[in-house]
Design a protein around this ligand. Sequence first.
Ligand SMILES: [Fe+2]
Ligand SMILES: [Fe+2]
Length: 223
Amino acid sequence: MFEIYKVNFFIKFSKENLIVFLFLQVETNSMLGLQFETETSWVAVAKNGLEQLLIDHAFAEQKAAANAMSITINYSEETELVRDMMDIAIEEMEHFKMVHELMIARGMVLGQATKNDYAIKLQKFFTKTHDRTEALVQRLLVAALIEARSCERFKVFADNMEDEELCKFYHDLMISEANHYTLFLGYARKYMDTDYVNEKWNALLAYEAQMMKERGGLAKVHG
Ligand SMILES: [Fe+2]
Ligand SMILES: [Fe+2]
């Protein structure tokens, strides 16, 4: 109960907030709407390739910050959105710093970024549009799903690792990413008709579930 109050920016109450709360309380992997549950066998892969996992994770945090920044640049007239995206960008860079410091403490080096094929494939789900609002909604839905899957993976990791430091680290991050998921999805529903957005969201969830069936073999956050 205490943990839910540790998020460092204000989130309006919504159905998704309730889902996040339940997700954290009852430990059910499907509460985020995800249609495919990560198998615990992935934890062994992640554990055996910990440096690769942390490198991938560090860059995923940077990309999440960059995406939030990009939204503020492209939709600068949306004051409330810009405020919240700036909060997310700052928080994601804090996450990047935390992962990087953890790596340094363990004698690891960040190394070169590799492409995030998970995010690239997700982005391909939507047909490119010249409608500015629809383009924003597409971006918000993809971002929401990346956050949801990150949250799920962090939870699987935290629940199944013996390393106490890493368990706590990923448990804390999981809460933060769950709230980002809520925020992105909430904004998507704000900018277009809710039924239309829900239809797109459900289709994206199904597409992602198909993708994830072929994954679980790489030491990457979404690998
Ligand atoms: Fe993050
Ligand atoms: Fe996030």
